[in-house]
Design a protein around this ligand. Structure first.
Ligand code: AMP
Length: 438
């Protein structure tokens, strides 16, 4: 006898089930993502959710929160140190190198959707297993691709039905201009360290750029007057950024410059951006349902050194990722239009052994004709089956009892009026199709 479990199981903290009632949102997101990505020349890629942990330490960065605090990392029985992927870009860069994609016509454009894992404190819009959809353009440094990635991001959001998006954009330069800026920033912060939060005190030592995106109240006065990185850009980075903005203007994508936007990962160079939902006016909502969202629904940027850092050639790239949970939440809040998944309208009712056999056969015939049917083959009484049909919203029930099975008939019951008629089984598919059209 199996032992009775001591407790009932629940999802792990920060994880969740995607229940049937939410699938229609997911289907819409996936359909729009696939359709638009293909239009823009992106091919789908799926990489494993588990990789060598070093992949992330050497790309996302040793000193980042994601690697330091949030990575699910463990040793396998074979003594490999592996991690559940905290983000998608590093795995795709690894795949680009591993599969010699440099030999394909460049740039290589890839898109993905899948779960990511970060050991964060769960709260609204923050999970430990969450989903991202993203796209990467690997193999070209042209500023038009930065704009194309932002454009595709926005198009996908609008395609899904979101409104009121705003793009924040910045350039964090290249190695050269960034090192000068870092020294300048450190000089500026030297006399202000005392007033900073404990995280920023650490950032001064390990990741000074992240001082700029601290959200703590006490760090704001210092932040506000910090030197602007744009003023430190070298000519190449400056011109690149100018071009990105000009392309966005041409594409009529509104944006605002944000000198404090640096993004969390080490691999970023030049353009970085994030997309937010502006004031959320919820249709038909009251004052209470009008709120400002401060969480980004996604973001991205250029990562010109990543492929080389991972052992590949000197190849430039740019990409972005959007957080599916936040997009889905926004779809609900903004009443985005989603159609219900195809719902079945036909219910098969059977009585007796022969009735069940014929009914099972009919189920297959309907399915081959493209008609989804519902059933409760485990039930025997007509009334309980009809009750279920009613609860499931069936328009028609097809009843096969012992007599109908022998005579080669089916009883068609209109669930709204209760009217019943006997139809020869060989005509039933045609009749059902006609009735469903009405
Ligand atoms: P990042 O990879 O940190 O740049 O995040 C890109 C997007 O993924 C964010 O803007 C969020 O929409 C989403 N995201 C990041 N972390 C989480 C999380 N823990 N839970 C849910 N969504 C997340």
């Amino acid at each position: 006898m199996p032992k009775k479990p001591k407790k009932t199981f629940q999802t792990l903290k920060g994880t969740y089930d995607v229940l049937p009632q939410d699938q229609k949102y997911w289907e819409k997101i996936k359909a729009v993502l696939k359709n638009l990505s293909l239009h823009y020349g992106f091919s789908r890629i799926d990489t494993p959710v588990i990789e060598y942990a070093d992949l992330y330490t050497s790309s996302v960065g040793e000193a980042t929160d994601v690697v330091q605090k949030q990575m699910y990392i463990f040793k396998t029985k074979g003594k490999d140190t592996v991690a559940l992927r905290p983000e998608g870009t590093a795995g795709i860069a690894r795949a680009y190198i591993e599969h010699g994609m440099i030999n394909l016509p460049q740039p290589v454009k890839l898109y993905y959707i899948g779960p990511m894992f970060r050991y964060e404190q769960p709260q609204a819009g923050r999970f430990r297993q969450f989903y991202q959809a993203g796209f990467e353009v690997i193999g070209d440094k042209d500023a038009s691709y930065d704009a194309q990635v932002i454009n595709l991001f926005i198009k996908i959001c609008y395609g899904i039905g979101l409104k009121n998006l705003s793009v924040k954009i910045n350039s964090i330069g290249c190695k050269q201009c960034r090192s000068g800026y870092r020294s300048q920033l450190l000089r500026y912060y030297r006399s202000r360290i005392k007033g900073l939060c404990s995280d920023c005190k650490k950032r001064v030592k390990i990741n000074p750029l992240r001082l700029l995106d601290c959200k703590e109240e006490k760090c704001q006065p210092a932040k506000i007057n910090a030197p602007n990185i744009i003023d430190s850009l070298c000519k190449e980075c400056h011109d690149h950024f100018k071009l990105v903005l000009e392309f966005l203007d041409e594409l009529e994508i509104p944006y605002c410059l944000d000198q404090f936007l640096v993004r969390g990962f080490d691999y970023y160079t030049k353009t970085v951006f994030e997309v937010f939902l502006e004031d959320e006016h919820i249709e038909g909502g009251s004052e209470k349902t009008h709120k400002r969202s401060s969480l980004a629904i996604g973001g991205g940027g250029r990562y010109d050194y990543l492929i080389k850092m991972l052992g590949g050639k000197d190849v430039s790239a740019v990409g972005a990722a959007l957080g599916i949970e936040r997009v889905l939440d926004a779809m609900k809040q903004q009443n985005a239009r989603v159609s219900d998944l195809q719902k079945s309208q036909v219910f098969l009712v059977q009585v007796g052994e022969l009735g069940k056999k014929k009914s099972m056969k009919l189920f297959d015939e309907l399915s081959s004709a493209g008609i989804y049917a519902m059933e409760a083959f485990g039930r025997n009484s007509i009334s309980s089956q009809l009750k279920i049909a009613d609860r499931m919203g069936a328009k028609i029930s097809l009843i096969t009892g012992q007599k109908e099975a022998i005579d080669g008939d089916v009883i068609l019951r209109d669930m709204e009026t209760g009217a019943q008629e006997i139809i020869p089984v060989e005509k039933i598919v045609k009749v059902v199709k006609e009735r469903l059209k009405k």
